[in-house]
Design a protein around this ligand. Structure first.
Ligand code: ZN
Length: 474
């Protein structure tokens, strides 16, 4: 029986539901998102015949019938960060252990010398006595965009003003124009490339936003790009609608109209089509006011979306207070956050997602990480990967900047890119290495966790494991 393809060839309809290519093929056969489905057929004896892009064919078991167990044994781990914190050990460090994973989840952590049965279905991997951590989680990225802004960077570096850059055709609207003009396939390829760069630094889950179309159909198309890439890529993407990234030029005199378009069209459409899990906005002088964001957030809550907010990046707008008051999962940036807002965030347990790369690029003051942590605000770190203010996929570099410039300890930096980043995305199945959690792991080429922020700017990831399969290595 021929099966219907959906979501731009990233999924098929099996029974009532769409099944993503990543649910059908093991992580190490997904080709880092290069493959998509061109046709699929179900046979009577419980197999699926998949025709993939590039002329490849695959025969796989119907996933509803279950599959034989797949095991991974990771031996010779010198230092393991379990992230199961205790009073005197914030990272739950274990030494000289081995890790047994089954069907994509962690089964057991056991001492290096202990015997465990290996069969022909067990892949054995040697960590060479090095550091192993949970797969990193990046809670703030903008991976879907088209175009190029290096000329603008050159102008800025040479001292050009905002107005001069604007006149030269630079700024966010340059990306909006290019993104609107790009084909779905072009956006998908660029997004796949950005996601692959994050993976190479050890990221196995990321949050990705729309926000460069600034009109309903274009914003939904960006979310569809994220869904298509997520469906074909071993890495997991948590999608966020960011229609309120900037006011589109054509509605610059009619801001109420655009806010209404977000609240009444984009939010309900994105939610009902399952295209977004969160709604975000940019609360800043020149972008959206706290009152406008509140209108958008009320619609998002009514539609069942979680909330995140770009808040207090350059000026104090009351965004962080609003985020805390409305129970947002995170308030991000916070370079200009007030003491009162810090207290409000601590009381509501709204995570502070700090983005050192954006502060560095914008020559902004560093966000007050130490004050946030001391007040009891949960802390996460992201790359803010985007073409304007943070062109990097290097999440460990953000740990270095936080430790060197923002008063963050090495232990806090590690929590901020694993367990805390996962928690602020509503994911409790990852960011921690313990029985039953996803087998998302990174083997680094160093022996001690402090070396990652200390030896900065380089990529120390050696092997990345997603759901118990090696998906990247060198
Ligand atoms: Zn951002």
């Amino acid at each position: 029986m021929k099966l219907a393809l959906v979501h731009h060839g990233s999924a098929i309809v099996l029974g009532e539901e769409p099944w993503r290519l990543k649910d059908l093929l093991p992580a190490d056969q997904l080709g880092l998102g290069r493959l998509h489905l061109e046709a699929a057929e179900a046979t009577d004896d419980g197999w699926l015949q998949l025709a993939l892009s590039g002329g490849q064919r695959q025969r796989v078991r119907d996933p509803r019938r279950g599959a034989p167990p797949v095991r991974l044994l990771l031996r010779n781990v010198g230092q393991l960060l379990t992230m199961e914190r205790t009073a005197d050990d914030p990272l739950g460090v274990r030494h000289d252990v081995q890790l047994l994973c089954k069907d994509g989840v962690i089964e057991r952590v056991l001492p290096q010398g202990e015997d465990c049965e290996i069969d022909e279905r067990t892949t054995v991997l040697d960590a060479g006595g090095n550091l192993v951590s949970p797969g990193l989680v990046d809670p703030h990225t903008h991976p879907v965009f088209a175009g190029e802004r290096s000329l603008e960077f050159g102008l800025k570096a040479a001292g050009a003003s905002y107005l001069e850059i604007h006149k030269a055709g630079g700024g966010l609207f340059k990306t909006v124009e290019a993104t609107r003009a790009a084909s779905f396939e072009q956006l998908q390829e660029r997004c796949r490339h950005n996601v692959g760069r994050l993976l190479s630094f050890g990221v196995t889950t990321l949050e990705g936003k729309s926000g460069y179309a600034l009109e309903a159909q274009g914003e939904l198309r960006m979310l569809e790009v994220l869904r298509a890439v997520d469906g074909c890529h071993p890495l997991d993407i948590v999608p966020t609608l960011l229609g309120a990234h900037a006011l589109p030029k054509e509605l610059s005199e009619r801001r109420d109209e655009y806010v209404a378009q977000i609240a009444e069209v984009m939010v309900p459409e994105a939610a009902s089509q399952g295209l977004a899990r969160y709604c975000d906005a940019y609360c800043e002088d020149g972008a959206f006011t706290a009152a406008e964001v509140e209108t958008i957030f009320r619609a998002a809550q009514a539609a069942g979306l979680g909330l995140r907010l770009h808040a207090e990046q350059f000026t104090h707008q009351g965004g962080a207070e609003l985020a805390a008051r409305m129970g947002a999962a995170s308030a991000d940036h916070l370079e200009a956050v007030s003491d009162a807002a810090i207290e409000a965030m601590a009381a509501s347990k709204t995570t502070a997602v700090l983005l050192p790369g954006a502060a560095l690029t914008c020559r902004a003051p560093w966000p007050p990480a130490k004050a946030l942590v001391e007040a009891g605000v949960p802390l996460a770190l992201g790359t803010d990967l985007n073409p304007g203010s943070s062109m990097t996929a290097n999440l460990p570099l953000q740990m270095s900047l936080a430790c060197m410039q923002m008063g963050v300890s090495c232990e806090q930096a590690w929590q901020a890119v694993t367990v805390e980043a996962a928690r602020c995305l509503g994911l409790d199945d990852r960011g921690v290495i313990s029985e039953g959690k996803l087998a998302d792991l990174v083997i680094f080429d160093v022996d001690d966790y402090r070396t990652i922020p200390y030896h900065y700017g380089e990529n120390h990831a050696r092997v990345v494991v997603k759901r118990g399969r090696v998906v990247w290595g060198r």
